[in-house]
Design a protein around this ligand. Sequence first.
Ligand SMILES: [Zn+2]
Length: 476
Amino acid sequence: MRTLIEHLDFACTVNGSDEVIKDAAVLIEDQWIADIGSTTELHKRHTRGTIDKIIDGTLIGICPGFVDTHVHLSETLSRAAFPDHLNTRTWVFHWAKPFYAHVNEEDEYISVLLGATEMLRAGTTCFLDMGAQNDPGVTVRAIEQVGMRGITGRHAADNPPEQLPKGWSEEMVAHHFFPDTQTALRELEDCVRRWDGSAGGRIRCWVNIEGKEPCSLELHVGARALAEKLGVGTTYHLATSIEEADVCQRKHGCWPLTRIANAGGLGSNLVIAHGAAISDDEVALLARHDTRVAFCPGTSLKLGKGATCIGKYPEMIDAGVTVGLGTDGVSASGNLNLMRQMYAVAGLFKDARNDPTAIGARQALRMATIDGARALDWDREIGSLEVGKRADFILFDLDHVEWTPYTDPLQALVWSATSASIIETWVDGQALYREGRVQTVDETALKQEARERAAAIVERAGLEFDHGPSSTSLYD
Ligand SMILES: [Zn+2]
């Protein structure tokens, strides 16, 4: 099947020189981008008789699909279920964990379908999911149905707290916390062998662990080594807040990233989620080991992580560290919309550093696309619009008021547009989102079921929005 989209107002390619093509055309052959250039060039190179379908791209713009480098798809039913005055550790230990503990397999399947639906509607085509609460096969089955591209894993840990907080079920603890590191690693290896390469390679499985206090140093280091042996990646939460860094300093005499580095745990197949509490020396460690970072601006805003006061994200980028963007989850950041993260990252550091040259639109788009793809070690196939890459892209309606009028496509895309002007999201040569709905799910039935299941989980977990814990001493 050969489809030509011609006379696109622009194509933001995000190639090596961030080329923006005007009056652009893209030739899609099955799952691949077979050609891209100006409409005139493509008309010269391909006769119309060899094309199966021609789409008029007038008043349409195209950019690569967004890559979400940190998301919890098992969390999607927890939207607005927790208050917004919690710090990271209280949020995780006393709200998110009790919620997770009551997400059963059927809930998780709906949660993943719903999350994927929100992502596709906002232009996200690929993601790194932190890991399933139940069997990763649940996530794999849902994503296979939706048609997205992504990485999942089995969320694991090996260092349970001495006393279980309210809401942590025995069942969740038994599933999530392994009796020792080696047992955890064996299970993680089995998961990778079972699920990596699912859906014709569209779904990958990594050695994902929770990270930080609930994991031993041995598990952090062992997960990355196992991932290297298996030829995959790993991701875990680390240096997620100043409170975590303070606890680490008190217990181990250094900040979290230094502790991992001192144990030989850094490498290019590791994506650190958040990395908010990172020193200048640790920026250099990240760069030296080519370790990647998933920055989640929305979570930082909502949980007050201090991305702009203690965060070193511009310094990481300057040092050559690959920094992608993550949405984290609907309760951590409030949404799975990477365009909102792109907008935030483009401006946060301009304002905080009183420097209009910080980050900006061009870098923000790279973070949301090619840098995210590189973080996931998938940049040979996705992340930019280039010949030979997968046909994963977004089409924008430039007749939408938020694009009217515009001069520079890149500026308008990052500063003016929202997902409201996305008309189609394609993955692997298929328009999964078009005509106002995700084609591979029944959105109406899905939303109804999600509402019912979410209410039931909150009830089972005993979460009291107005009276729940607002601080923690767990793992202190
Ligand atoms: Zn997370």
